[in-house]
Design a protein around this ligand. Sequence first.
Ligand code: XMP
Length: 305
Amino acid sequence: MVETDQFIEDAVAEIREEIGSANAIIALSGGVDSSVAAALAHEAVGDQLVPVYVDTGLMRKGETDEIRETFAYMDRLRIVSAQDRFLEALTGVTDPEEKRHVIGEQFIREFEREAHSSDAEYLVQGTIYPDRIESDGNIKSHHNVGGLPDVVDFEGIVEPVRELYKDEVREVARALGLESVVSERMPFPGPGLAVRIIGEVTEEKVEIAREATAVVEDELEAYEPWQAFAAVLGKATGVKGDNRVHGHVVAVRSVESRDGMTARAQPLDWEVLQRIQSRITGTLPNVSRVLYDVTHKPPATIEYE
Ligand code: XMP
């Protein structure tokens, strides 16, 4: 803990020195990385920091409200409601990389507007060490790395957690007193629920991914997974009541990992899997089938697109 306290002290001093008396902006994603970066930056420069949270409509259940509460102490917090614009931009998009690209572009447009109106000269980012490795290797386009600095002419980019792994970021979050919904929160991809939906993103599929993920997170908490969630794969025939239905197929995924670069599918009890299945098909009338994904990474990735 001494090391963590020292890290915080050094990071705050470094941010203060870099930003000076200028304004800075940060995009909050709801995840622990950007939350810690924001808390450190706020500690360093107070109300010179403008935290911006873009509600893409692709967030987890309750996430926007949690952000509003957690960061209420930051006077300049802005919450942008962009759900309709994201959904519209995603209409007809089925290719995984194009999907990521469309979301990244839309995000930049939303953020750019906020950055211009905030007079921010500095951009604070919650980039952590593994993000840089994966992005350098071009494994997949991460919309939270790169991109943003190019659209607004920032004086500088500040990345206070750039050398940390996820478990170290969590330690810092706890030491900073961030609420456990934030410090213990599972990683969540920048493009949100969209990469847990195969094919076109529609309001219906987003709702299924969101509700089913909430069930999975709730049921699997005791297993302490690195990530656990539900994905929407496609459609298959089922029977509900007396009728055959062409319902959605939901995959449950739960993995152990240290940094997301490799992962192991978790062994789960049959009873828990059955409970998840019954809660999901019971509450979502348009879901007819639930599968459990037993694939490690590699060969699979953690997310689906
Ligand atoms: P994959 O699916 O590549 O995911 O095995 C590895 C880890 O990265 C997260 N992930 C992302 N995080 N922006 C992010 O900030 C992204 O575009 C993105 N794509 C995947 C994923 O949730 C997992 O923790």
